[in-house]
Design a protein around this ligand. Structure first.
Ligand SMILES: Nc1ncnc2c1ncn2[C@@H]1O[C@H](COP(=O)(O)OP(=O)(O)OP(=O)(O)O)[C@@H](O)[C@H]1O
Length: 337
């Protein structure tokens, strides 16, 4: 099924607006978004809840149509040949697709049969995938007895039954405990190599994007605000982050003023009692920052120096920390329900 020349995934100027409903204005969930992913790589769409990642994935997987823009999967135009696109991709949605009353192997074989595989072919592929995901010993147990991590692995295996060229993973580790997340990361890394897959991954976990994605796009309000390899994005920031947590009774504005007067600090900003800045050498600059705060009478609770993280990249490009963006997205979701 070698369809394509050029990138395995390409999206250009995608726009998608949802009707508002109940007197609310329409919502532009995707607003001119574009990216390209090379064959055999993992491409990450990183953004907080509501940034437009799932909608982008739905457009690329033909589940919804964009208002405008183009998208290609495995070199196939999504708008013109949706059935061919669906054959070329595997989709692992946020919600489980397996039937909890069926066994693992039954779920896999059914998925294969639905994709047009013969019974024998489906059984062989199921065995192969159960082995790859370490589920062979649990193959004949009902899925309702599986742990969250095992059920997620089965979902990924179901998405792979028909040997897709491209696998879409929508927030694959949401809801898993740290151990299960780490194990799934390992499996995903092994699998992408073994199957020579191109993977499109959405995530709101910075560490997941950092670990799994060869390249990523940071998505905010339906747009790509920055793109590159995780290393490139972090290196672009140059220098260390200096983070100062002020004492409960300290005045954050006085703290900001004091840090802004330290020559070696740049990009000074604050979020409540947390003040952040960048410095070429964090270790050398931290004492100067603390001295400036002390001279201004601003009490400090703790101070840290850190190498640039994707959180810093996000802050640089969106003006807010990822944690804050995620919290406000969760607040909106809770109040909408
Ligand atoms: N079918 C729909 N109808 C109306 N609004 C929708 C619909 N689907 C998504 N939205 C809204 O569009 C915006 C983008 O949602 P989307 O699910 O694409 O974001 P996301 O980055 O994937 O977030 P999440 O991690 O929560 O899935 C959100 O504000 C969401 O509420």
């Amino acid at each position: 099924m070698a369809h394509q020349q050029g990138p395995a995934l390409a999206a250009d100027h995608l726009v998608k607006t949802y009707p508002g409903g109940r007197g609310k204005p329409p919502l532009r969930a995707v607003d001119g978004l574009g990216f390209e992913a090379e064959k055999g790589t993992v491409f990450g769409l990183l953004g907080p809840n509501g940034a437009g990642k799932s909608t982008t994935m739905k457009i690329l997987s033909t589940l919804t149509r964009p208002d405008s823009g183009t998208a290609y999967v495995a070199g196939i135009d999504v708008a013109r040949h949706p059935a061919r696109v669906r054959r070329a991709l595997g989709f692992v949605a946020q919600k489980p697709v397996s039937d909890p009353m069926d066994t693992g192997v039954e779920n896999l074989v059914l998925a294969g049969r639905l994709q047009g595989m013969s019974g024998r072919e489906a059984a062989a592929r199921a065995r192969e995938l159960l082995d790859r995901f370490g589920l062979t010993d649990h193959a004949r147990r009902q899925v309702k007895t599986y742990s969250g991590g095992m059920a997620r692995k089965l979902d990924v295996a179901i998405g792979l039954m028909h040997r897709p060229e491209v696998l879409f993973l929508d927030e694959p580790t949401t809801g898993l405990d740290p151990e299960a997340r780490a194990e799934l990361w390992l499996e995903l890394e092994r699998m992408t190599t073994a199957e020579n897959l191109t993977v499109l991954l959405t995530t709101h976990y910075l560490d997941e994007a950092d670990r799994l994605a060869d390249r990523l796009a940071i998505v905010d309000h339906g747009r790509v605000v920055a793109g590159g390899t995780p290393e490139e994005l972090k290196n672009d920031l140059r220098g260390d982050a200096v983070i100062v947590e002020l004492a409960a009774d300290a005045d954050p504005f006085a703290g900001l003023g004091a840090l802004q007067r330290v020559d070696a600090l740049r990009e000074v900003g604050g979020d409540g009692r947390t003040l952040r800045a960048r410095a070429d050498s964090g270790a050398a600059t931290l004492p100067l920052a603390l001295a400036a705060l002390e001279a201004a009478g601003v009490a400090v609770a703790s101070a840290t120096v850190a190498r640039p993280s994707l959180d810093d990249v996000y802050l640089r490009h969106t003006g807010r920390t990822f944690t804050r963006a995620q919290e406000s997205a969760e607040f909106v979701l809770e109040n909408a329900s």
